[in-house]
Design a protein around this ligand. Structure first.
Ligand code: PLP
Length: 407
């Protein structure tokens, strides 16, 4: 989008990905639901394959698709919003958050070492622990909220290519000092990759804090309505080229489909206003929970009791997001009872939808996980996770109150 003045973040979310005017003047971009593209003649096809000027702009939708590209421009505009050189960056959209994460990890850490945060999203953790080590990449894990742990590992592993962490990590909603870690990464010639799914670019822009690559599960807040599975990655074009990330996406085949990309682009249009409300509701609920007699502890970066509240304030914008975890005094039984009694809140995994989703890891997602592993991951028996929705906050509180009240 070309404008004379720089648009606000809210406008960038709506207009940031717009391409050429549609041939029929459609107000909403059409969905290019096509596998392949016609060439005018052999020469235009040949040029397209040689990436030469004057060739067809598209060849096959595993390589690129106009609907997917609109999403890629949109996400790039948001993640690079505060940078001076946004035009040197680009977005890549994927069929899932895991497709973005795995493709990124393989391309950026190829043949080297990865230093990863120890409490990562479950599938990312499994990929790094069980699959990546067989591919000629080694991995070490640490608590990245203490920068000294990272420096120690960087000294031990001179072949470190990649440091991997999440902007806000499950389940304790821990935050890492991305600015300090990015400086460390630079001085040791490593890249910093941040999964920004929980914070979203509305609350945090890791590239502006010095990270090299940002990834997303767009399934969550960016899509925002629980209607799709998708992923995205933003980094400098140069870095994607050096790391063959385009080739990896093409050949691993994880690009987003046009329909999901279109749903995501439309979801992003309301991201700023949704996040504003997610944040406002979450702050109220976190405070309410903190004062509740049946609650042992609340984890929310916006609370003064959060061990990294000051850091959160310094690296996050516009508040602290919509994810809360809390520990029930009544342990496992209290968790199960709460899950079975909620009426407005939906008992489901995932997060970032307009409606409030609640889950109890000990009885659900982590019920088959070993005690030791659960303990290491911070999953205690009474731990409950809420993805606070944008319903009337008084209704969410009333629902939690009735569900917790007689447990
Ligand atoms: C959901 C999620 C993922 C995985 O994304 P999918 O779209 O389910 O593949 C990765 N990281 C975080 C933090 C997530 O919440």
């Amino acid at each position: 989008m070309k404008t004379t003045v720089k648009p606000t973040f809210a406008s960038a979310a709506i207009h940031g990905g717009k391409g050429n005017k549609d041939q029929y003047g459609a107000h909403t971009s059409p969905i290019y639901q096509t596998s392949t593209y016609m060439f005018d003649d052999v020469e235009s096809g040949a040029k397209a394959f040689r990436h030469e000027e004057g060739g067809a702009s598209h060849v096959y939708s595993r390589l690129g698709n106009p609907t997917v590209e609109e999403l890629e421009r949109t996400i790039c505009a948001l993640e690079t919003y505060s940078l001076n050189d946004p035009e040197s960056y680009m977005g890549m959209a994927f069929g899932s958050g895991m497709a973005a994460i795995s493709t990124g990890i393989i391309s950026f850490a190829f043949g080297g070492h990865i230093i990863a945060q120890n409490d990562l999203y479950g599938c990312t953790s499994q990929f790094l622990k069980e699959e990546v080590p067989g591919m000629g990449i080694t991995v070490s894990f640490t608590d990245t909220s203490d920068v000294r742990n990272i420096e120690k590992l960087l000294k031990e592993h001179s072949d470190t290519r990649l440091i991997y962490l999440e902007s806000i990590a499950n389940p304790t909603l821990r935050i890492s000092d991305i600015k300090a870690i990015s400086q460390l990464a630079e001085s040791y010639n490593a890249l910093l990759m941040v999964d920004n799914t929980f914070a979203t670019p509305y609350h945090m822009q890791p590239l502006d804090l010095g990270a090299d690559i940002v990834v997303h599960s767009t399934t969550k807040y960016l899509g925002g309505h629980g209607t799709l599975i998708g992923g995205a990655m933003v980094a400098k074009v140069e870095l994607f080229e050096e790391s063959n990330t385009f080739l990896f996406r093409k050949n691993l085949g994880g690009i987003a489909g046009p329909m999901d990309a279109w749903l995501t682009t439309n979801g992003i249009k309301t991201l700023p206003i949704r996040m504003k409300q997610h944040n406002e509701n979450a702050m109220k609920i976190a405070k309410w929970l903190e004062a509740h007699p049946k609650v042992e502890h609340v984890f929310y970066p916006g609370l003064k009791s959060h061990p990294q509240h000051e850091l959160a304030k310094s690296i996050m914008n516009n508040g602290f997001g919509g994810m809360i975890t809390f520990e029930l005094k009544g342990g496992f039984e209290a968790g199960v009872s709460l899950m079975n009694k909620v009426e407005l809140c939906t008992l489901a995994v995932s997060l970032g939808a307009v409606d409030t989703l609640i889950q109890h890891p000990a009885s659900m997602t982590h019920s088959i996980v070993d005690e030791e592993i659960k303990k290491a991951a911070g999953i205690t028996d009474g731990l409950v996770r809420i993805s606070v929705g944008i319903e009337g906050v008084e209704d969410i509180i009333a629902d939690l109150e009735q569900a917790m009240g007689n447990s």
